[in-house]
Design a protein. Structure first.
Length: 112
């Protein structure tokens, strides 16, 4: 049973879905579930994403406490992104969502 009211913004499921909404957030989270990764490598792995959308999505995920940005003061300096503890807690749910999608009759073979 859902907690809160679906229509007044107090429903936790709606709140969670709003945090994860958008075309790019779930693919980014899934790629980060494999471990920390640099920006350009993440951009290569999330096919079709623009620099603007990757930057914006990472900032939003970081603001919601799901992603951490780690700056290394090396020569040359670089930045890496990884899941926070809260982000890592999402991974089992993402796996279940993938499993559900694979078993959904309307999914095409290419989507699976």
């Amino acid at each position: 049973m859902l907690e809160g009211n679906l229509y007044d913004g107090s429903c936790q499921v709606v709140t969670a879905l709003n945090l994860l909404s958008g075309r790019w957030k779930l693919p980014i989270l899934w790629k980060l579930s494999k471990g920390g990764i640099r920006y350009n490598e993440l951009k290569r792995q999330v096919r079709g994403i623009t620099n603007i959308m990757l930057t914006r999505s990472l900032q939003e995920l970081e603001a919601h406490g799901l992603v951490e940005r780690i700056q290394y003061e090396e020569n040359p300096p670089h930045v890496e992104y990884c899941l926070s503890e809260a982000g890592r807690e999402l991974i089992p749910a993402l796996r279940e969502l993938i499993k559900w999608a694979r078993n959904t009759p309307h999914m095409t073979e290419q989507q699976k």
